[in-house]
Design a binder for this molecule. Structure first.
Ligand code: ADP
Ligand code: MG
Length: 209
């Protein structure tokens, strides 16, 4: 059973752009504490460009919409998170190429491809205080929920809970990737900006479906 059309996917990405714009000061504040204070500004700039570009894309192919989003993020977001989020959306786009609508299982396929892209590009894994600490638990919860027969809405609520816990967990660990890794133990106690922005993207997905 289809859970969303290409047109709806486009609306969801536009809603993500709005949310990132709303949260940009807070994300930047988080990045001020353990990075260089540009995460919110970076992402908001990228998603603004995505908004402009998506306006000219026909909402027929989910893969195309995701690929366009990823390419815009790579080319407009400075810093580590541009190539990482860009690769994530592009990989999801390749995995869902040609699909006019998506089923729940496609969401898992897309999210898995996105996470694979981040791991490859960032040479990172869970537990390193990055966006993966929100995305991986969310994926696992979504998969567990769907496998056990939950509907997509219920499974996404579980996924967002898991991502929230993941963000909290980043406060308790030392960063070993990205700029925050330069701080060593001083990164303790701070929540990771990238995990936080990933949580916001997942929250939008959950609210919109
Ligand atoms: P920069 O660190 O270059 O200024 P941003 O501030 O935009 O880039 O993004 C920082 C976020 O990127 C971090 O909070 C972390 O979640 C994520 N990140 C950084 N390096 C990696 C990596 N190698 N793998 C996965 N995520 C990473
Ligand atoms: Mg930064």
């Amino acid at each position: 059973m289809a859970i969303l059309t290409a047109a709806k996917l486009k609306d969801i990405i536009l809603a993500m752009a709005k949310r990132i714009e709303q949260e940009k000061d807070f994300l930047t504040e988080l990045d001020n504490a353990i990075g260089d204070g540009d995460h919110g500004i970076n992402l908001a700039r990228g998603f603004k460009a995505v908004e402009g570009k998506l306006a000219g894309v026909e909402a027929q192919d989910c893969g195309e919409i995701l690929k366009t989003t990823g390419m815009q993020l790579v080319s407009t977001v400075g810093g580590a998170s541009g190539p990482l989020y860009g690769t994530a959306f592009m990989k999801a786009g390749v995995a869902l190429k040609g699909k006019g609508e998506l089923e729940a299982a496609d969401l898992l396929t897309g999210l898995e491809a996105a996470i694979g892209g981040i791991k490859m590009r960032g040479k990172a894994t869970e537990g390193e205080k990055t966006m993966l600490d929100a995305l991986c638990p969310a994926f696992n919860a979504l998969k567990t929920g769907l496998d056990s027969g939950q509907d997509i809405k219920a499974a996404l609520v579980e996924a967002v809970h898991a991502a929230e816990k993941g963000v909290e967990y980043t406060k308790t660990i030392i960063a070993t990737k990205g700029r925050a890794s330069y701080l060593g133990e001083r990164s303790l106690g701070h929540q990771d900006p990238g995990a936080t922005s990933s949580l916001y993207l997942l929250q939008v997905l959950q609210q919109e479906i």
